[in-house]
Write a new protein. Structure first.
Length: 291
């Protein structure tokens, strides 16, 4: 399944769901049930992240394979920072062998390991790896974009310049980092279009799963927790986990309504390997005939 064709040809917004390789045996046992539950919603594709520096590359491969074995459309990620060219081609050859047709290419971040030594051939930026892959393979390629700017970026404008380079080098669609205010996404798309970027840009949806996780991830990802969301979270200081999940679902449904009404090409759910929030959000949007 070439994702670029999906975004080009689908008459409805394309629904995608992102997973990471389960971290231990217990999580691995539960993972099959999570995939089964979410596949009932018939997403257009599922995707699997890749550990920075190649850590747990086999975990990513096995997770991709597990989803392919269930006959579900898949996108495999590769994060190139730290890897040599041969390592990259070995990983991609294995994906090609099992029928993967779309690769999402990201740079990745340096692991927090003092003994970490990147391969001397390691690419510094995703755009370079996209060019490398494009020359050697016929995969459909995706890349990441940052509506609030990437945390290391000199400016949003510079970041968009580098996104344009990813398109020039072969990226065919963009999945955006999540934000909690749609205006960041809409303005970003406007600026990308003004800069000449023409490939689909898909908003990422990160429901609130727990207050602690929301704060931690937003710091790492450079996502603003808006005053509106912060006020809601403050009111849940003593709430149980279901109340927090329900707040996350309500907030994400409202956010998706705004995105869909503005004609986005798809919604990309960061599931964090959980099924309840993503299912509930999609079911509610479908009941409202928005999907
Ligand atoms: C949808 C999504 C999925 C992700 N999945 C994963 C995953 O599976 N595994 C993982 O490890 N991480 C993942 N990440 C995180 C990502 O790896 C980090 O955000 C990383 O820091 C940047 O990756 P990138 O591909 O956007 O990098 P790049 O596009 O290379 O950009 C990195 C920084 O360098 C700057 N830059 C780019 N090109 C140049 C240039 N030529 N000269 C100077 N500066 C430049 C950019 O402005 C930016 O600040 C994901 C992010 C998103 C949004």
């Amino acid at each position: 399944m070439r994702v670029s064709n999906l975004y080009k040809n689908s008459k409805k917004p394309v629904i995608s769901m992102e997973f990471f390789p389960p971290r231990d045996a217990k999580a691995s046992d539960n993972f099959g049930a999570i995939i089964d539950k979410l596949s009932e919603l018939k997403p257009d594709y599922m995707s699997v992240t890749f550990g920075a520096g190649g850590s747990n590359r086999d975990g990513s491969y096995q997770t991709v394979k597990k989803i392919i074995d269930k006959k579900l459309p898949i996108v495999a990620y590769i994060a190139g920072l730290g890897l040599g060219h041969n390592e990259i081609t070995e990983i991609l050859d294995r994906y090609k062998e099992i029928g993967v047709e779309t690769i999402f290419v990201i740079r990745g971040d340096k692991p927090r390991d003092d003994n970490y030594t990147p391969h001397p051939e390691s690419f510094s930026y995703a755009s370079e790896m996209i060019a490398f892959i494009k020359k050697r393979y016929d995969f459909s390629l995706g890349c990441a974009g940052y509506p609030e700017g990437h945390i290391e970026a000199e400016s949003l404008e510079k970041d968009i310049e580098f996104l344009k380079l990813k398109e020039k080098n072969g990226a065919e669609y963009v999945i955006a980092q999540y934000c909690y205010d749609n205006n960041y996404f809409f303005k970003y798309v406007e600026k990308c279009r003004a800069a000449g970027i023409s490939i689909p840009i898909i908003p990422g949806i990160m429901p609130v799963y727990t207050v602690k996780m929301t704060k931690m991830l937003s710091k790492v990802c450079g996502t603003t927790i808006t005053d509106e969301l912060q006020n809601k979270l403050d009111k849940l200081a003593d709430a149980d986990k279901n109340e927090v999940l329900n707040l996350g679902i309500d907030f994400a449904v409202e956010q998706c309504r705004g995105l869909l009404k503005n004609g986005v090409d798809g919604l990309h759910f960061y599931t964090m390997n959980r099924s309840k929030s993503t299912s509930e959000i999609i079911n509610r949007l479908r009941r409202e005939n928005l999907l």
